[in-house]
Design a protein around this ligand. Structure first.
Ligand code: SF4
Ligand code: SF4
Length: 369
């Protein structure tokens, strides 16, 4: 049904999707790589990936009788970071959650399809379904899966969201993108501050700042903490260094970054209610206040921002164990000698065995230094 496909792609373009292509529903070729990745434990605490291992075998698990996937790309902000004390990954800089923005447009595409094929099964997805989106995007001709595991398009680089429409309508597949344009480049692998790539095309999420700041709800791995640098939510380094992202591209009008710069010290002052009011509809809601405060605390510690000292001292008494431990770590990064007394005082009053152990370890390290 070639005409339907072209009209559908035209409609997608009108809705702002800058790339679109059709892949036939089939078992993805990278399933064995996914299984090896899961077996290696590189998914960390993202147990939903393990639970849905079987479901990745075929898009039928998402739409019964699925025959075609329309793969789509929507560009987010690719400009340089604004002046801000702590960085947020580009994809999360908009004012609203991108899931809501993209789902609203997928819904319009679905309506358009159902008007023409009322009995069809159609479902729109944005990174929450068991689908190897990057592989299907490659098969649909949108770009290649690169050494940093992102999908790259020669015109658009990699700063875009992938979305998909799955349907039992048969659409003519587009030509797969077969060539990689990474060549001999290894810039992404070499620049990762936490060595999160055990080999090209494989990401150990447990070492990745992005995973640690967003998916990990508890204490951040010791080896990653000192490398937070100025990142507070996600990390773009392995995309920033990519030559295909050298020149900024147009950003979708609904995904433009919020104008306000971000100061992590300000975040440390927010109450639960204030946090909810300000961030409930943004990607920051995912790690909640507990996770975001932990990130902000670690970020000010890794950057040694002196303006955060009084907030950190107050957080040594926070009701969340995680925040007490994080604040203690950051104070020691800022100035281990000056803050030993505050940590010793906190140790005396501390009830939690885990936090006590943590404080003792930090104090022990300070004594040895
Ligand atoms: Fe490394 Fe950052 Fe890329 Fe994660 S996002 S792999 S920490 S460079
Ligand atoms: Fe490929 Fe180089 Fe970009 Fe990495 S930095 S994804 S190796 S082109």
């Amino acid at each position: 049904m070639p005409d339907m496909k072209e009209d559908l792609k035209q409609r997608a373009a009108e809705l702002g999707f800058v790339l679109s292509g059709v892949a036939a529903a089939a078992s993805p070729g990278r399933l064995s790589a996914l299984n090896r990745w899961l077996d290696s434990g590189f998914h960390g605490e993202m147990s939903y990936l393990e639970t849905r291992r079987e479901a990745y075998q075929h898009p039928n698990s998402i739409v019964d009788g699925c025959r075609s996937l329309l793969m789509l790309a929507l560009p987010y902000d690719s400009s340089g970071a604004k002046e801000q004390a702590s960085k947020i990954a580009r994809y999360a800089r908009g004012q609203n959650d991108y899931h809501d923005i993209i789902h609203a447009r997928l819904k319009r595409l679905k309506t358009w399809l159902l008007e023409r094929e009322p009995r069809a099964k159609v479902r729109g997805i944005v990174d929450t379904a068991p689908l190897l989106e990057r592989e299907f995007a490659e098969i649909a001709g949108l770009g290649w899966v690169a050494k940093n595991t992102m999908l790259i398009n020669r015109r658009w680089g990699s700063y875009f969201f992938l979305a998909a429409i799955l349907t039992d309508i048969e659409l003519t597949p587009d030509t797969p993108h077969e060539k990689s344009f990474c060549g001999t480049c290894t810039a992404c692998l070499d620049s990762c501050p936490t060595n999160a790539f055990p080999e090209p095309f494989v990401l150990d999420a447990t070492k990745c700042i992005s995973y640690q700041t967003i998916e990990n709800r508890d204490e951040v791995a010791k080896e990653v903490k000192p490398h937070f640098h100025d990142w507070m939510f996600g990390c773009d380094i392995c995309q920033e260094v990519c030559p295909w992202n050298k020149h900024p591209k147009e950003c979708d009008s609904e995904l433009l970054p919020e104008q306000e710069s971000f100061n992590p010290v300000e975040l440390l002052e927010l109450t639960e209610e204030e946090f909810r009011e300000r961030f409930r509809k943004t990607p920051f809601w995912r790690p909640r206040r507990r996770g975001m405060l932990r990130n902000a605390i670690l970020s000010v510690g890794a950057q040694k921002l002196p303006g955060a000292i009084s907030a950190l001292q107050r957080l040594l008494r926070d009701e969340e164990e995680l925040l007490r431990m994080s604040a203690a770590w950051s104070l020691m990064q800022l100035d281990a000698q000056s803050h030993q007394v505050a940590l010793q005082a906190a140790l005396v009053k501390e009830d939690s065995p885990e936090v006590r152990e943590n404080l003792r370890e930090l104090l022990g390290r300070a004594e040895q230094a």
